[in-house]
Design a protein. Structure first.
Length: 340
């Protein structure tokens, strides 16, 4: 009997050509059944040996129904829609594409920071509205308010994984001082990269830019709320290329309209696609880029290839490259036998 791969991934551009890639693997049967609900996933994937996952909910209910599954793989860096504990208990490997777009996302975070500092979007809109320095001096002076030099400013990084670490030399190139809050990374490891480990409160108080780079967990949902914004400088900007739900958007709106902080640049939102009636979209001091930070022509090719690579590795008796839950190893071996 062949190895059955089912894609329930509901992100069309990510899985473009996936079937063609997977069918190159010998003895593999592939089915593409995009799903959005638990019942749709169960119907599509209950007898799959591996599944490719998008944003759909791989809950405990779904995972216990997967009778033959060895691998859950997602062509995303985030996996908060997958119950990792349930998969681990079932002896199922879970993999993602962590690290594939680290340079792209860190570039994007730096671009958003520059946009905040230099008011790029505001200036562009002014020009398109007919305002130009040489003929609209007073109007332009009002538009220029808040533009600052970067050298000597402080960037606070919340989370210090691959993306944040890739951002460090880019930020240092602009002369930024860098503070980091990550309770899971030692101060020694941070010092080796030339950044300072601090508590969250100090980071918020001292940073001119606060950039979010932590995974979303039940514990840190809305970690940036009204109390955190009150700790920030009134001239500070929030940058989020992590996960939308890290930010309480209602509190952010109040902070931005009340002068508590100066601006925000958001690649991710709590509800995606963003609703056009989202109040943040009405604010001139907010930039939103539509969850595009991960993208480059090169990165998207790697993203599309990684699930195929991890399926191939499982078939060959190897562990997946983007393995999230190595704690599943013992139960996996008990179910499926030895690997290489």
């Amino acid at each position: 009997m062949g190895f059955k791969v089912v894609s329930t991934c509901n992100i069309p551009f990510v899985v473009k050509g996936l079937g063609k890639r997977i069918k190159v693997l010998a003895g593999v049967e592939f089915t593409d059944k995009p799903a959005h609900t638990e019942d749709e996933i169960i119907s599509a994937a209950r007898d799959a040996d591996a599944t490719v996952i998008g944003h759909e909910p791989y809950t405990r209910k779904v995972i216990v129904s997967l009778r033959s599954c060895r691998l859950l793989t997602t062509p995303k860096t985030g996996y908060d829609n997958i119950d990792i504990a349930a998969a681990t208990e079932a002896g199922i490997c879970v993999s993602c594409v962590a690290g594939v777009s680290s340079e792209e996302v860190s570039d994007h975070a730096m671009a958003l920071l520059l946009s905040c500092a230099r008011k790029i979007v505001r200036l562009d809109k002014a020009v398109r509205a007919g305002v130009w320095r040489s003929i609209h001096g007073p109007e332009m002076e009002e538009i220029w308010v808040g533009i600052i030099p970067l050298r000597g400013q402080t960037l606070g990084l919340i989370g210090f994984g691959q993306i944040a670490r890739a951002l460090v030399p880019k930020a240092k190139g602009f002369g930024l001082k860098i503070l980091v809050y990550d309770p899971y990374v030692s101060a020694t490891a941070m010092a080796e990269l030339g950044v300072e480990s601090v508590g969250l409160e100090r980071l918020l108080k001292e940073s001119d830019f606060v950039s979010l780079h932590t995974a979303l967990t039940p514990q840190n949902q809305h970690m940036m709320g009204a109390e955190q914004f009150k700790l920030m400088k009134p001239t500070a900007c929030l940058i989020n290329t992590g996960r939308g739900a890290l930010v309480d958007e209602a509190a952010l709106y109040q902070a931005l309209t009340g002068g508590v902080i100066a601006g925000a640049a958001l690649d991710v939102m709590e509800v995606e696609p963003v609703k056009l009636d989202n109040s943040l979209l009405t604010l001139p001091n907010v930039v939103v880029t539509g969850h595009s930070g991960h993208y480059s022509d090169i990165a998207i090719g790697n993203i599309r290839s990684r699930p195929v690579e991890d399926v191939s590795r499982i078939i060959s008796g190897e562990w997946p490259r983007g393995w999230i839950n190595p704690q599943a190893k013992e139960k996996y071996l008990a179910r499926w036998g030895k690997t290489k």
